[in-house]
Structure formats: structure tokens, C-alpha cells
Design a protein around this ligand. Structure first.
Ligand code: WTA
Length: 714
């Protein structure tokens, strides 16, 4: 739809620049950062007379004006906006009820979120079949470009037709092994095309996938298998990352020996090197070891796929049927099984992908996340494929075989849209720019960032060195719980500012609160970030634990979704995320619950108790600082320190690495025995000039001791 049909009578639009003017302004400044602030006088952007007169959504959002008109509509008439959004999908029955949500736990109904509740659709059909049904040439279009860890390994491009065939076959394998609609299936896979096959096959038959990141330890996988009661596990014999072999199947073997996994009856194993590539064989022959094989339980996926036919009609799913569970770390206790459902999740991820990244037919899109995290679910698989995009699945790491890898891959596959995490950017900018500049990168049009705050130094390097000053940086803020991107620029629609995720996506109304008074704040201001009303992509609950869902996200600020993040909203309405305000650490883009690390440390025979807090780290966003109290009969030593680090890695996963272990005879505690984390955070920040009131501690002298001994205060 053309934007000229828009009637936008903004009350405050006298200084709004056209997007073309902005783009040229951006290009004309050599580094492009002296940008004029946009004139958004009200951060709510809702006080306009604009109307959207069309009966469907536009193909692209080309300007701030267009955004404002639609944003207003999405806030004032969410039913109409999200009905139009749902029209982007194919439904067996189009919903007549669009939104039916309650955020206030104090009402009779309590927190309850339903979108498109009488709609019927299938996610896999929307990601694969329908493109071919609408246009048979789609079957020959590349759906997934596989870029293996070893650059010389033969790459496989998989077309929509081929992917659909494999998904149908694997779906029939799942059926053959008794998997039915609503059953939970745990997926523990490397970053290969078969991971996409596994997820889409589950979606096709209505099974609920629960992907566990391949870096997690056997005991963590076991915990996640038993929490959602999976009886079937999908894995691979091994995975490759940075030239190292990761023995996934043997970790599953270990996990399944644990009592809590006794219900698992089938393990379907994809062969990583199906087709026998010599490079892969070499890389793995030593490290892979011998595979344990339990007859009757373990089956090779490719062999099973030979025994079934290609005919597998998609299951008709209700919009509110669960699509997947994904575990994420919480402030306290065990990981939370975030539940996403079918219709709202796909509508939201599909629309955000389309608008934010300005995807054009034929573009090659690459996201470097792992499918073990939400970014991989929403923006490697479901968002791109539902838009008939070509998506790159990258198995490797940014630094292998050398630090040019990302940019070589961009050139090799002519990637147009590239989406990665600030941690990767920071680790690459530590090296000489020549590793970037020796590559072409001419294909790049848009650069995205996700997972943690991107500091302005990294933003500028990404923009000027990687993007040659030509590509907008799309800093997307969102969470596992939100399903899709929430605060973000829309490519080429408005001006950017380093380190700002800029404006909320359609339907997202942000609200800041003061942490101590719990009162709402009016921007410009900084506070705790909440969302005022529901959006289709949000998590519906925690698996079999709605009470915890309500406690964690809806009790702090009644009537609002509490994000757990701090945020600054500037005069121009731009949002800058300041980081977590709870006990979740975001280290190198991974969410790590301090409680989980403490539990791992406390399991060690020599440890009496521990407290884990984060501190600012330039490279990793946060560092992990562990205060450890030893048992009376245990002496501190360098060896013990190493042993504790190792045991945390073994218990949780190799991506979790304590930076500092600080042995202390005691921890600052209140008289009721609660550890005063606030003080520990201040000590390690370090900001010891203002520790606040410490008189309520049982032993205030311990604070001085800790400061004296902390390597961070030296
Ligand atoms: C952080 C990842 C600043 C934030 C999609 C959030 C960010 C947590 C950004 C969720 C960003 C994510 N700027 N911080 N652009 N994106 N975060 O669940 O603290 O793995 O709450 O979802 O990452 O991490 P999760």
C-alpha cells in the first residue's frame, strides 16, 4: 500500500524529516553520528489526529510519519491492527476474536492472555507449504543456507521444497514413535539444518518443542527434560564449534541415566556428518569417542526417515495451543519454562521480521544466534521462514578459523541483512580493522544487534567499520518472554542514535516506574521498564506454573508486565536500555541466574554458602563475581578456586564462567538472615562511597573486610 494514501495530520509534525532526507544526512556526515534529534514531543506518540484508512497493513514502514499513524492505531484500536497483522498468515479458520487479555492479577479473572482464540492454523504450514501453494516456484527457492563450522566443508543449500519434504518425513518419524499433538519433545542439537527440520516437524504435528542450548551440561538437560516431561529427545551424534567437537549424544546418554529422566523412551539421533565429509571426519575422529547405543531407545534419524512416506498433513492447531517451551534463567530458583503459543507468536514474529529488517524478496538474511535461544527460534526460523526469506544457519563462531569469519561468510553468501550480538562485535573490534576491511561486505544493507546493551563504541565500530557507514544499526530490545522484538528502529524509517533501541514496535506501550516509590514516571526519565498492555507474541505462562509467571512478571507493578530491565526514555522518545534490575546476569548475551550459579557452587563439598553478583565489563557486558564462604575444615587455595570454576561449568554449562572467586569468612546479612546483595553489588561495581544504610546488618564490619580484599576495589 502506498504511503501517499495515508492521512497523517500530526499535531507535532512540523519538523519531521523525510526518510530520504535523513538517509542523505546520514551519508553526508563521514561518521554519520551528528544526527538531528527528531521532533517527537510526546513519547507516547499517541496525541495525533492521524488515521489509518486502509483495510490492510502496508508492505513496508517507510517513514516516521507512517510509523506514527500505525502506532496510534495499534495502541488505540489493537483489535483492528492485530486483525490486519493476522491477515499476513494463512489460517484454516480466521479468528473472529482478536484480543482477550487481562494483566491485572487482582481481578477475578487474574492474569490471562489470549489472542486469536478461535483461530485455527499451523505454524509449519505457514513457514513452508503455503509459499509453494501460493507460488510453485517457491519450492526451488533456497530456504536455508548452511554455513558449517569448517569453511571448507561442502555446504548444503536447502530449498523450500527440500525442507518441506524432510520436515514431512521427520514429522512422520515422530508419529511413528508415538509423538502426538501436545506431547513435549526435547531438542538438543547443533546449529545445523536438521535443527530446523526438528522444530518444524514438531510444529507440523502439534508437538511442543523444548530446545535446550547445546552448551548446557547433562544435568541441566536432565532438569529441562524432566520439568516438561518429555518422552522423546532429538539430538545429534555431535556438533562442531570453533573446530571443537561437542559430543551431544553422549551428554544425552549421561542425562538419561539420571532418575528424573526415566520417562524418556526414544532418542532420535541426527548424524552430523551424514554424507561423510572428510574434513568433518578429521575434525572429529579423536574427540568424538565411541557412541553408546541403547537398542530400542536410540534411532538414527536418517535411517528412520527412510522408513516413512512423505505424506504428512499439517495438524490443525488452535491459535492458543502451545508451540514451544523455552527455558530461561530467573532471579531465583530453577529456570523458567516460558510457554509460547501458536497464532499470536507467529503473527508477531512474522510482522516484526518483515518490518524491522525491511526484508525484500531475494534478500539473504543471517542471524548468528543459536537456535537454543529465543533469537534463534524467532529470527532464524519462524520469522524469516514465515516471510519466505532465505535464512543462513551458521554453525561456527566469529573467531574461527580467524576473526574475519563473519565477514567472509557475508561475502560468500552475499548476505544483505546481518543480525548479531554486541558481545561478538566487541570481541571482533579488539582486533585490527583490517580483518574486516579486507573483505568486501558490499552486499550488506542492514545490521542488527540483540541480546544486551550495545555500548556506543561498539555501535560506532559496527556502523562505520563493518557497515562502511552505510547500513543502519537496528538495535533490538526484547526477551525470551516477549517472543519477538519490542523496542527497535525500523530500518531506514527514522534517525538512529548510538546505543538506543529507539521506539516501541506497534502495539507496545512502554511505562517507566520508580524502583523505590513504585510510582509511574513521566519521560524524559530513567526507571524500571514495564509494558502497559498485551501483545500477541508474549509468553502466556510458565510451563505448569502460572503462579510463578504471575509472581515474576505481574506482581511488581499491578496491571503491567514487568520486564526486569532498566530504561531511559529521552526527550525525543528514544529508549535506551540500561540493563537488568534483578538478579539475572547478561554475560556475553547469555542470561544467567545468579541463583543457579550459587546452587552450583554450594554443591561443592568445601562450600558452605555463596553469593553471586555481576559487575560492569566492557567486553562481556557483565562479569561474574562469586563470594564464597568455605566450610570450617576447608582451606582456600588456588586449586580450590579453579575447582570451583570447573564445577560451575560442569554443573551448568561451559558458557558459564565465574570471573572472580572471592573467599570470605562471612557475607553481609540482615538480622533475618537475608544476604544484602545490594551491598555486594556496590562493592564489586565498585562504588563503595555510597553503600547506603548498613546498620541493619548482623555484622557491619564484614563490609570493610570485603572491600579490602576485593580485586575490584584495588
Ligand atoms: C537484554 C534475548 C539491551 C535485556 C532476545 C533483556 C538487551 C535480556 C537487548 C533478555 C538490547 C536483550 N539492549 N539489552 N537490544 N536485547 N537485552 O531472554 O536485559 O535471552 O531483558 O532474550 O537481554 O535476554 P533473552
Amino acid at each position: 500500500k502506498s504511503s501517499s494514501k495515508l492521512s497523517h495530520n500530526f499535531t507535532n509534525n512540523n519538523e519531521i524529516h523525510t526518510s530520504a532526507a535523513r538517509t542523505s544526512a546520514l551519508l553526508s556526515t563521514s561518521i554519520g553520528f551528528q544526527l538531528n534529534p527528531i521532533n517527537i514531543t510526546s513519547y507516547r506518540l499517541a496525541s495525533t489526529n492521524s488515521t489509518w484508512n486502509e483495510s490492510s497493513l502496508p508492505d513496508k514502514i517507510k517513514s516516521l510519519d507512517e510509523y506514527k499513524a500505525l502506532y496510534d492505531l495499534s495502541i488505540n484500536d489493537p483489535e483492528r491492527f492485530w486483525k490486519m497483522a493476522a491477515e499476513h498468515l494463512d489460517w484454516y479458520r480466521f479468528p473472529t476474536k482478536i484480543k482477550n487479555t487481562e494483566f491485572d492479577y487482582r481481578t477475578d479473572r487474574g492474569v490471562d492472555i489470549k489472542w486469536y482464540e478461535d483461530g485455527i492454523l499451523n505454524v509449519c504450514y505457514n513457514c513452508l507449504d503455503r509459499h509453494i501453494d501460493h507460488d510453485s516456484s517457491a519450492s526451488k527457492q533456497v530456504a536455508v543456507v548452511f554455513e558449517p563450522d569448517t569453511p571448507t566443508e561442502t555446504r548444503h543449500h536447502v530449498t523450500y521444497g527440500e525442507l518441506l519434504r524432510d520436515v514431512k518425513k521427520f514429522a512422520n518419524v515422530l508419529k511413528k514413535h508415538g509423538v502426538k499433538k501436545g506431547d513435549r519433545v526435547t531438542v538438543y542439537m547443533p546449529m545445523v539444518v536438521d535443527a530446523c527440520v526438528a522444530l518444524l516437524a514438531c510444529a507440523r504435528i502439534g508437538a511442543i518443542h523444548s530446545v535446550v542450548f547445546g552448551g548446557f551440561s547433562a544435568s541441566n538437560v536432565a532438569e529441562r527434560i524432566s520439568d516438561c516431561d518429555s518422552t522423546v529427545v532429538i539430538t545429534s551424534d555431535f556438533g562442531l564449534r570453533g573446530g571443537k567437537c561437542s559430543p551431544l549424544k553422549s551428554k544425552i546418554d549421561q542425562a538419561l541415566k539420571m532418575k528424573q529422566c526415566s520417562n524418556v523412551r526414544t532418542v532420535l539421533v541426527f548424524e552430523r556428518n551424514y554424507g561423510n565429509n572428510a574434513d568433518v571426519k578429521d575434525a572429529c575422529s579423536d574427540q568424538r569417542g565411541t557412541l553408546e547405543w541403547k537398542e530400542g531407545r536410540d534411532f538414527w534419524a536418517h535411517k528412520e526417515m527412510e522408513t516413512v512416506n512423505e505424506n504428512c498433513p499439517p495438524e490443525k492447531m488452535n491459535a492458543e495451543d502451545p508451540l514451544f517451551i523455552l527455558y530461561t534463567s530467573g532471579s531465583t530458583g530453577k529456570p523458567k519454562g516460558i510457554v509460547h503459543t501458536t497464532g499470536g507468536y507467529l503473527t508477531y514474529t512474522s510482522l516484526t521480521f518483515k518490518y524491522i529488517f525491511d526484508y525484500n524478496p531475494g534478500d539473504v538474511y543471517m542471524c548468528t544466534a543459536d537456535i537454543g535461544w529465543i533469537t534463534g527460534h524467532s529470527y532464524i526460523i519462524y520469522g524469516p521462514l514465515s516471510n519466505r526469506a532465505t535464512t543462513v544457519v551458521f554453525e561456527g563462531v566469529p573467531t574461527y578459523p580467524d576473526v574475519s569469519r563473519f565477514w567472509n561468510v557475508v561475502d560468500k553468501h552475499q548476505v544483505n541483512i546481518f543480525y548479531t550480538a554486541p558481545t561478538a562485535i566487541r570481541s571482533l573490534m579488539a582486533h585490527d580493522d583490517k580483518y574486516v576491511t579486507k573483505t568486501s561486505r558490499q552486499s550488506l544493507r542492514i545490521l542488527g544487534s540483540v541480546g544486551e546493551p550495545i555500548n556506543s563504541e561498539a555501535w560506532k565500530w559496527y556502523h562505520s567499520v563493518v557497515g562502511d557507514g552505510r547500513c543502519p544499526i537496528i538495535d533490538t530490545w526484547w526477551q525470551t518472554e516477549t517472543g519477538g522484538v519490542m523496542i527497535t528502529p525500523i530500518a531506514n524509517a527514522w534517525e538512529l542514535e548510538p546505543s538506543s533501541a529507539t521506539l516501541p514496535f506497534f502495539g507496545i506501550k512502554t511505562q517507566l516506574f520508580d524502583k523505590s516509590t513504585k510510582k509511574p514516571l513521566t519521560p524524559p526519565n530513567t526507571g524500571e521498564l514495564c509494558i502497559q498492555d498485551s501483545w500477541p507474541g508474549q509468553a502466556r505462562s510458565l510451563y505448569r506454573n502460572h503462579e510463578r509467571f504471575v509472581d515474576v512478571y505481574f506482581k511488581q507493578y499491578p496491571g503491567y508486565y514487568f520486564t526486569g530491565d532498566g530504561c531511559e526514555i529521552k526527550k525525543n522518545g528514544y529508549h535506551c536500555i540500561t540493563g537488568r534490575v534483578d538478579d539475572v546476569l547478561v554475560i556475553s548475551g547469555h542470561n544467567i541466574g545468579t541463583a543457579e550459579v550459587e546452587a552450583a557452587l554450594n554443591e561443592h563439598a568445601g562450600v558452605s554458602e555463596s553469593a553471586v553478583v555481576g559487575y560492569p565489563d566492557k567486553k562481556k557486558n557483565q562479569g561474574m563475581y562469586c563470594f564464597v564462604v568455605l566450610k570450617d575444615d576447608t582451606k582456600e587455595s588456588e586449586e580450590l578456586r579453579k575447582d570451583l570454576i570447573k564445577s560451575v561449568r560442569n554443573t551448568i554449562g561451559a558458557h558459564v564462567n565465574p570471573d572472580v572467586i572471592h573467599f570470605t569468612p562471612d557475607l553481609p546479612k540482615t538480622r533475618s538472615g537475608k544476604i544484602m546483595r545490594r551491598i555486594l553489588r556496590k562493592i564489586v561495581e565498585p562504588d563503595t562511597s555510597n553503600l547506603g544504610d548498613i546498620s541493619t546488618l548482623t555484622d557491619p564490619s564484614i563490609v570493610k573486610e570485603l572491600i579490602k580484599k576485593s580485586p575490584r576495589t584495588k
